[in-house]
Design a protein. Structure first.
Lengths: 448, 336
């Protein structure tokens, strides 16, 4: 049996980030291929157990209509037993029993509850969407007891939701296989790009996962080579890695809406966009300085051109945002927008002239494939996996080559013929389906 | 020339006399009554220390004539390079000053150009503006032993407050890239940022300290005494100054006075100071900075020393005496 872990999607409120979309996309494709052999599971960090997900709740989660509330109340005895760190596998097995008994009882109560009435409450999340808040034992069904020959696939934000040492112990006890999707090696290779408060935690998580995993499925060749290099640097014998391509299916709605707050700001200017959280790794600074220089050298005219930064302000970017907002030479031509609905985003992408991706590092680059599929030409950085994703359909520049970006942006914003040629070429861009991604993951797996 | 000061509480000028040296010790007998042709020379940033609107109003009532030294207008023209909110304040201040000052004495040609640009932008009157050179003495103090972290290392130096305008970012990127592609060696090479930590750089400092390549190789040294600064200048292999803008650029003048190999941005007044003794790199050209950095930090010692001797031979520092002579001449020159 293949257990697919959906804990991150189950706990996710708000608009999906890349990892959540991958988790949902891969799961859907695997379930379509394997049907009953691919079971959705959810992990509870305090109980240290995997549970199967109730199918009705699963559908709500996949449609982003429900968030599972991980708070559970336990009997004091169980609480005390779980708090102790087991020192042997026997103790560990006993603990699993305790926690599984508790879970079974709770699930029983929940099931009875559900038979009486549908007790979910609707809550409005920060993006304004209404979601059901589902108590954990309403979502969780039976405790999963994986055995030798079973596989668990994890593609989520595990540093938040998993107790990796506990899972390792369970694995030693039961002998199942752990397949880990690896997005990028930023936390160990370029920790300066990680949120300061969790840098150390994520690095430690990577260490732990590197011992837990049996197969590491990397989302690009770049990620695979970084992974292998890091592990061999740690003196480790090669463990199985493979590369799975991420799908470039977009589920953005096709009908247009008016992004009412932004459209007036654009004043019918031609604009370039960068869709990304604002954080140091994404390198908005290069675009800011390049744009400013292009204005100074009159290749960009703030009356006719604009640059849109679409995304939430993240960490360590306050200085940059302050500078852009205070800079009078820009004359309002760099515009920030966040909290857009998918429809608004799609509208803005479709009407843009140019898309930009100057990141210092990307494990993949979903934004780039999406832009290409919408027929939008882009300039991307030579870093990370972006060249693997964009192939010959994109122009590439060093992320630190500010002057190069400045020249290129000026050229494409003004030369409509040049741009039209590039856009015609995009018709040959191949889309990859989640089915193909899933096939890569399991087919080779079965051969291995 | 008489020295007077402005008492902010009483909104007026007072004579500085030794017996009444404390600014708050005001006494109406010491209050300045200006003669008809009085010339008021201002060296300071009046917005911080004076009721400058009232000062300007009195000048417009012909109570006295104001000549004002002008350092730079960067904060007013590029508020993103100043402390948050301060740029707007400076813009109002300088716009007001143009209505009351009869002659600006700019510390560089660049500052003169800035005034022209500023007045055009703000639709302000453009008072006469002359420029004079600032003096520069070689950094005072006797070279001492290097801090332990720099002993046996080759290092590039940037002496300056750490703030957005100074563009430490370019040096960080260039140094990080050179370490990543191994054209610089983390066991040998260092980059030293000597200066107080200012505004708008918290995120940059976080990146430098969290980046495994730079956390131990880029050194922040602050609260340095003259002796210590002189030591750093003395031992550095090269001096870098990638500022976005400078009204003058004292550290560059100091580095040249010590005869250091200097790489600077061609922005602001830096080319006026550096002439053709300095190598210029665009402040946004990270690859250019990287190449200059790797070239000089890897250069054989005799090549560095030969270049230093060349600079010492050709550099003609401006003494403070020369600077003062020119300044006084400008003061006395009749208004055109």
């Amino acid at each position: 049996v293949i257990y697919f872990d959906l804990t991150s999607s189950a706990c996710w409120g708000g608009n999906p980030v890349g990892i959540i979309r991958v988790e949902r996309g891969l799961f859907n494709a695997l379930r379509a291929t394997l049907e009953g052999e691919c079971l959705p599971v959810i992990y509870h960090k305090r109980l240290k157990l995997f549970f199967s997900l109730r199918l009705d709740i699963l559908n709500l989660i996949l449609d982003a209509k429900a968030v599972v509330d991980m708070n559970v109340s336990m009997s004091p005895n169980t609480e005390a037993a779980i708090a102790q760190q087991p020192s042997s596998l026997a103790e560990w097995a006993a603990l699993l029993q305790t926690s599984a008994c508790e879970a079974r009882m709770q699930t029983l109560v929940a099931t009875n509850d559900l038979q009486e009435e549908w007790r979910l409450t609707l809550a409005t999340d920060k993006t304004g969407k209404q979601r059901y808040s589902v108590p954990f034992f309403h979502a969780a069904d039976a405790v999963i007891t994986p055995f030798v020959g079973d596989r668990i696939i994890s593609a989520g934000l595990d540093w938040d939701n998993k107790d990796i040492p506990a899972i390792s112990a369970m694995k030693r006890l039961r002998g199942f296989q752990w397949i880990q999707i690896i997005y990028d090696l930023i936390p160990v290779l370029e920790p300066q790009f990680v949120v300061p408060a969790i840098r150390e935690r994520i690095r430690a998580h990577f260490e732990a996962v590197s011992y837990l995993g049996d197969v590491f499925a990397c989302i690009s060749r770049r990620t695979e080579s970084d992974w292998t290099q890091w592990r061999s640097g740690m003196g480790e014998v090669n463990r199985a890695t493979k590369v799975i391509p991420l799908a470039s299916e977009i589920d953005l709605p096709l009908h247009s809406v008016s992004a009412s707050d932004i459209v007036p700001l654009l004043q019918q200017r031609k604009y370039a966009i960068y869709v990304s959280t604002i954080e140091p790794r994404k390198n908005h600074r290069t675009l800011y300085l390049a744009w400013k220089r292009a204005i100074a050298e009159r290749r960009i005219d703030p009356e006719k051109h604009a640059l849109l930064f679409i995304g939430m302000p993240g960490w360590c970017s306050e200085d940059l945002i302050d500078a852009i907002q205070a800079d009078r030479t820009l004359r309002g031509s760099i515009i920030f927008c966040s909290h857009l609905s998918d429809a608004e985003l799609a509208t803005l992408v479709k009407a843009c002239t140019l898309t930009l991706f100057p990141s210092f590092y990307e494990g993949f680059g979903l934004g780039l494939t999406e832009a290409l599929l919408m027929g939008k030409f882009g300039i991307a950085s030579t870093s990370g996996a972006l060249p693997e994703v964009g192939g010959n359909f994109v122009d590439y520049l060093d992320p630190d080559d500010i002057l190069g970006w400045s020249t290129a942006i000026g050229r494409y914003m003004n030369d409509t013929n040049l741009l039209a040629n590039k856009e015609t070429n995009l018709r040959n861009f191949q889309r990859i389906s989640w089915g193909k991604a899933a096939a890569c993951l399991i087919n080779e797996e079965f051969q291995a | 020339m008489t020295t007077i000061y402005f008492n902010l509480e009483r909104d007026d000028f007072y004579y500085c006399t030794p017996q009444h040296s404390h600014p708050n010790n005001t006494d109406d007998r010491r209050r300045v009554s200006f003669e008809a042709d009085a010339l008021l020379v201002s060296f300071g940033l009046e917005c911080n220390t004076k009721n400058y609107r009232q000062m300007i109003a009195r000048a417009r009532n012909k109570e006295y004539t104001i000549y004002s030294v002008l350092y730079d207008l960067t904060g007013a023209l590029e508020p993103q390079l100043a402390e948050r909110g301060y740029g707007e304040f400076l813009r109002c201040f300088f716009a007001d000053m143009t209505w009351g000052v009869s002659r600006f004495l700019a510390i560089s040609e660049h500052t003169r150009r800035q005034l022209r640009e500023f007045c055009a932008q703000e639709l302000a009157p453009h008072p006469e503006c002359l420029s004079f050179p600032l003096g520069c003495d070689p950094p005072r103090g006797q070279p001492r032993a290097l801090p332990p972290s720099l002993i046996g290392k080759r290092f590039g130096l940037y002496v300056s407050t750490i703030e957005a305008r100074k563009n430490h970012y370019a040096l960080y990127r260039a140094f990080d890239r050179a370490l990543a592609d191994r054209t610089l060696d983390p066991s040998v090479h260092r980059l030293v940022f000597a200066g107080k930590i200012g505004w708008g750089v918290a995120d940059l400092i976080d990146q430098i300290r969290a980046n495994p390549r730079t956390c131990n190789t880029i050194l922040f040294l602050n609260d340095l005494e003259d002796d210590e600064i002189a030591t750093l200048y003395h031992h550095a292999d090269a001096f870098f100054m990638p500022s976005y803008d400078e009204g003058y650029g004292l550290p560059l003048a100091e580095a040249l006075a010590v005869g250091k190999v200097c790489i600077a941005s061609p922005a602001g007044a830096l080319p006026e100071i550096g002439g053709d003794l300095v190598e210029y790199v665009d402040p946004l050209d990270i690859a250019g900075w990287q190449s200059a950095m790797t070239r000089w930090l890897n250069a054989p010692f005799d090549v560095v020393r030969a270049q230093e001797r060349l600079i010492q031979k050709h550099h003609k520092p401006t003494s403070w005496d020369t600077s003062a002579d020119v300044f006084v001449k400008l003061l006395l020159e009749n208004a055109k």
